[in-house]
Design a protein around this ligand. Structure first.
Ligand code: IPM
Ligand code: MG
Length: 361
């Protein structure tokens, strides 16, 4: 059995963390008897430098041929001055749209070994296990019209359009309920239905879809309250269903509850379960190239890739177990080390996962 995986390391710490995840995938294949054919492409800032486009045709072609994609990160200060349409982030948005990756899963899991690293008191986050299901190809991220225009009085005006059609809401709602069904059967839908029409429709459609899932308990919450509840009592949530922008914001909050954004993987899938997997953290330009980055979020993204796109469930579970092992062994990168712990390098962390994977039962 051979799987084709496209690596898109991207910018900043992307190449370092993807490099370690690649070694882990390779080791998982050796242990569980499958081969991986890796290809590599450009995305984001590096693609702008090399090919003049954050999502070049060469990458689009490689993506169309791959069974699954593992991405590092995009963006950096050197491209901050570019107009919106030419920024590295547009490369990421373009591949999400191009492959119709409307379903973004962002699990926030507290590793008990890291309870002290959380910004909240240990008792508030102990055993935290929540899943954010974020709509990824609609809403204000993609709505037209958008832009910055000049008014008659010479003043500039920026504008975006927050827009969701019924079918877009319905398809992500169904997946939200289905994931809730596999977990603790509680789905909390996030909106701003007290103000925004687009989310009034969101609430209506989600409530309608709920009748297909009588075994799942549905609740609705306004996004401002959701932000507050996440830092007040996060364990009340099981699955949170959100639109694109709210999910972007709430998933970073959820990440910090678990101690470090360096631990959180994500999966972005289309209706055929073809997917792009990436760490929730960004390109972290301040530590890029220094071997300080935590590769675990990318390694856990690789585990999600094996599970959801390649059906290699045993290998996925083994990678997750290997991460538990190295945390038990006390390995910590800078982002998760406490003051009295010595931080190890990106590569040491990756080596440790490979060794744990090969040596665990
Ligand atoms: C994320 C990121 C992206 C987003 C950026 C880099 C375009 O913040 O995946 O959460 O806003 O979706
Ligand atoms: Mg984000």
């Amino acid at each position: 059995m051979s799987h084709a995986i496209l690596l898109l390391p991207g910018d900043g710490i992307g190449p370092e963390v993807v490099g370690q995840a690649r070694r882990v995938l390779q080791a998982a294949g050796e242990k569980y008897g499958f081969q991986i054919a890796f290809t590599e492409g450009d995305i984001g800032g590096v693609a702008i430098e090399r090919q003049g486009n954050p999502y070049p045709d060469s990458t689009r072609h490689l993506a169309s041929e791959a069974d699954a994609i593992l991405l590092g990160a995009v963006g950096g200060p050197q491209w901050d001055g570019l107009p919106a349409a030419q920024r590295p982030e547009r490369g990421l948005l373009a591949i999400r749209a191009d492959m119709d990756l409307f379903c973004n899963l962002r699990p926030a899991l507290l590793y008990r070994q890291l309870a002290d690293a959380s910004s909240l008191k240990p008792e508030l986050v102990a055993d935290l296990d929540l899943l954010i299901v974020r709509e990824l190809t609609g809403g204000v991220y993609f709505g037209e019209p958008r832009g910055i225009r000049e008014l008659e009085n010479g003043e500039r005006q920026g504008f975006n359009t927050d827009i969701y059609s019924e079918s877009e809401i319905r398809r992500i709602a169904h997946l939200g309920f289905q994931f809730a069904r596999k977990r603790n059967k509680r789905l909390c839908s996030v909106d701003k239905a007290n103000v925004l029409e687009v989310t009034m429709l969101w609430r209506d459609i989600v409530s309608e879809v709920a009748s297909d899932y009588p075994d799942v308990e549905l609740s609705h919450i306004y996004v401002d309250n959701a932000a507050m509840q996440l830092v007040r009592a996060p364990k009340q949530f099981d699955v949170m269903l959100t639109g694109n922008l709210f999910g972007d914001i709430l998933s970073d909050t959820a990440a910090m509850l678990t101690g470090s954004i360096g631990m959180l993987p994500s999966a972005s899938m289309n209706a055929e379960a073809r997917g792009l997997y990436e760490p929730v953290h960004g390109s972290a330009p301040d530590i890029a190239g220094q071997g300080k980055a935590n590769p675990v979020a990318t390694i856990l993204s690789a585990a999600m890739l094996l599970r959801y796109s390649l059906n290699e469930d045993r290998a996925a579970a083994a990678i997750e177990a290997a991460v538990q092992t190295i945390l038990d062994q006390g390995l910590r990168t800078l982002d998760i080390a406490t003051d009295d712990e010595v931080a190890v390098s990106t590569e040491t962390m990756g080596n440790a996962v490979v060794n744990a994977l090969l040596n665990n039962e």
